[in-house]
Design a protein. Structure first.
Length: 326
């Protein structure tokens, strides 16, 4: 169920060098920092990495203020170059941007967190990030074998990083409610965000409801689910030409992809659509002039099959495998 105002604090139209762009609204995190309600996703192929610098620049030019990356994506350098280009051209000031990156599984020991973040900052060309996330609760060595490291120890390293000012906010990704609750009961600083997969075929209603009940914002990755080709046989609906989505798109004068992104925002989550195409990047942020009804949100929820785009089978025997519980 959508919240009436979904915490929006700001909606601006900005003009840089004669180019008008819609800037995303922001909302308050539980630590007092503000987060834009849509982010550019950057995970992709080697071909995507090659053009990521340009894609990030286009996104900032189009009004995005939140860029989501990770050590795992191997594109922090290119993301940082795109940010530097936008800063150099005067499109934004650094304090107007919200940059998220993530700690990978092979740096889960408490004393590894800050060095890993410093490496990410060096690649990004930044003095700090706005949000640093534990990418998953699963600890692994560099060769992929499991390590016996409690994610509570990792969280203490995240708290250390925030206290040093290397990141303004800290959070988690791919954590279930039991794991988050355990952190809350054993922390100095509460997670501000949980980044999880959310889309029409994985609606995550229980986990989203839990996070919202404890004041943790949800970022939604893979927002289009199986609407995008995943090279899987018998992938579940909907597709971009689904009749229910098309009907909504006609009603609002939008595309079905814009309907799905608005659906995620109206559920009070922060979608992370990835694109390296200039026109799609612009289209994905052009979603702040309409809202879906509660009935339309419920209609999209009915596509749920609890099927994941991202389900890492090789983690299933790890004691902290997160996907077997809400």
């Amino acid at each position: 169920m959508a919240r009436a105002t979904f915490g929006v604090l700001l909606l601006l139209t900005i003009c840089y060098q004669g180019i008008w762009a819609a800037q995303a609204p922001v909302k308050l995190l539980n630590d007092g920092n503000r987060i834009p309600v849509i982010a550019l996703g950057t995970y992709g192929s080697a071909d995507d990495i090659a053009v990521m610098r340009q894609a990030v620049f286009w996104a900032i030019e189009a009004g995005y203020r939140h860029i989501d990356t990770a050590e795992l994506y191997r594109n922090e350098e290119q993301v940082g170059q795109g940010i530097a280009d936008a800063l150099q051209k005067g499109l934004v000031r650094r304090e107007e941007l919200f940059i998220t990156t993530k700690l990978w599984n092979n740096h889960h020991a408490r004393d590894q967190v800050i060095p890993a973040l410093r490496d990410s900052l060096r690649r990004l060309g930044l003095d700090y990030v706005d949000l640093y996330l534990i990418h998953s609760p699963v600890a692994q060595a560099a060769n992929g074998t499991f390590e016996d490291i409690d994610y509570l120890d990792t969280w203490r390293g995240m708290e250390d990083a925030k206290k040093l000012g290397l990141t303004k906010s800290i959070g988690v990704s791919n954590f279930n409610s039991e794991q988050i609750n355990r952190i809350i009961n054993n922390c100095e600083i509460k997670p501000a965000v949980n980044e999880i997969e959310v889309n029409p075929t994985l609606t995550q209603e229980a986990l989203i409801s839990y996070c919202q009940s404890v004041g943790i914002e949800v970022m939604s990755y893979s927002p289009f689910g199986f609407m995008v080709s995943r090279n899987r046989e018998n992938s579940p609906p909907p597709k971009f030409d689904d009749p229910e989505l098309t009907k909504m798109a006609h009603k609002y004068g939008k595309s079905t992809s814009q309907i799905v992104l608005r659906y995620l925002i109206d559920r009070d989550t922060i979608p992370i659509p990835k694109s390296v195409n200039k026109e799609r990047i612009k289209k994905n942020i052009d979603i702040f002039d309409f809202s879906l009804t509660e009935e339309e949100i419920a209609t999209i929820n009915k596509f749920n099959k609890n099927v994941r785009v991202v389900d890492i089978v090789k983690w299933k025997n790890h004691p902290y495998y997160p996907f077997n519980k809400p």
